[in-house]
Design a protein around this ligand. Sequence first.
Ligand code: U2F
Length: 564
Amino acid sequence: VQAVFRSNLSHLLELMGSGKESLIFMKKRTKRLTAQWALAAQRLAQKLGGARRDQKQVLVHIGFLTEESGDVFSPRVLKGGPLGEMVQWADILAALYVLGHGLRVTVSLKELQSNLGAPPGRGSCPLATPLPFDLVYTDYHGLQHMKRYMGLSFRKYRCRIRVIDTFGTEPAYNHEEYATLHGYRTNWGYWNLNPKQFMTMFPHTPDNSFMGFVSEELNETEKQLIKGGKASNMAVVYGKEASIWKLQGKEKFLSILNKYLEIHGTVYYESQRPPEVPAFVKNHGLLPQPEFQQLLRKAKLFIGFGFPYEGPAPLEAIANGCVFLQSRFSPPHSSLNHEFFRGKPTSREVFSQHPYAESFIGKPHVWTVDYNNSEELEAAIKTIVRTQVDPYLPYEYTCEGMLERVHAYIQHQDFCAAPGPAPPGARAPESPFILAPNATHLKWARNASLAPGAWPPAHSLRAWLAAAGRACTDACLDHGLICEPSFFPFLNSQDAFQTLQVPCDSTESEMNHLYPAFAQPGQECFLQKEPLLFSCAGSSSKYRRLCPCRDFRKGQVALCQDCL
Ligand code: U2F
């Protein structure tokens, strides 16, 4: 069956159920964004020019909202608790629905069970129960639920699952045996899924798929209106919870700000002003999303205090013409040194409160400064107050961008196909690479004929031998490219090393998330033995990693030029 774009979302609102504060928040958002989704669908339909899209049957099981997993989020919706996850789930549901897929939504184990078919237990044979869905979007909590209810068929069908995973899961943490042996075992990881089945909130690591969410897009007239309507010296502090204001050195920081700007906040409070928030701050209390946007439209500056990490609000602020000011983290925060990230299945280092804003957007919209350096801070504020910036929203965070990406994933990502050690042609028989002059850059010369049907198409591969100590994520970015883990099999061979003129004295095949790699002392080459461990993330000064990179579409890092 062909999928047909939908522009009326009222049936989706019914599917989303009711009762919980979190669902109410999500439904309000979906309703408010209906016109934007409809317009985006129209544009994408035009862009795709009638290309065939298969309709999938999709189950969305939002595990963290179930009572069985504690549902700690719903009661905090109106009290300054995290809303980022709800923003994202609302947008995922909208994208799937607008793309025209068959949709079921569950937020309790009972509903899940009745959608999965016969429950396991006496009298039923879980193996015999076929899964009535082509795709299941869930989270780490939901994975547990599904495993419990699907019994033996979980293994068979897990390739259909997509895990919405805010901060991401690196391959070393995902592989159960490897994680256990090498100290990467956490509360969450070790499901042995294809790492691309994990879908993140920002493009953290290309080992996972970037799912994202949307921010409201302004038309030209609105942009002009906003630019004209800015209050000259108004700043809004990022943070709905009073605890965020317990920033070290806050007094000094705020007094500098207060010299140049009128400071506003949207901190939740019960009956009286939270003691953490100084008297000169104009606190509006937690605002409903549309009113928060209105506030951002008047403000010149949106100020991060270091927490929350990697949320949606800075994108909304920038989209509404604010400058986002945030602190640089030195040393960077990670699961090794910070409570918030501890136990999360990633070693990713976070160099500022919002690394995406820093590296994908940057100046003039984003200023990342050392808050302990008063001079640097004051100089930044002075410049910001003087400059005018245009509202800006990266394409990948528009409704159209999200639809385009989710469409591409649904049509092309298949983790159920029989896993081979390498796709056809991966042994690179007759010099499929062209050598760059410096002999560290390989380009796939033939077209995709060596690996027909591969996605992303194999001809977008550009391979680099990274410097010692450099991760593939960074090595690719250094060349304006992005690491593409699905291309690792093309590089995981003696031939590939040979074509690169890497002088291997010996070659070994082992389980190590840094392989394929070359070790200079001893001139040893190492191949990856376990395909699940192919990883863009990770580095060691011992190795020069062999890295598969690819190009990407402007404003849509998840997709290569020829990926649509
Ligand atoms: C992030 O969660 P948060 O919910 O803390 O992220 P924010 O960026 O603060 O904002 C989420 C939404 O809250 C809205 C705003 C954003 O879309 O429009 N909002 C509002 O409705 N009223 C207000 O007064 C102020 C903001 C992240 F998303 C999570 O994944 C993390 O778990 C969490 C911790 O790092 O940070």
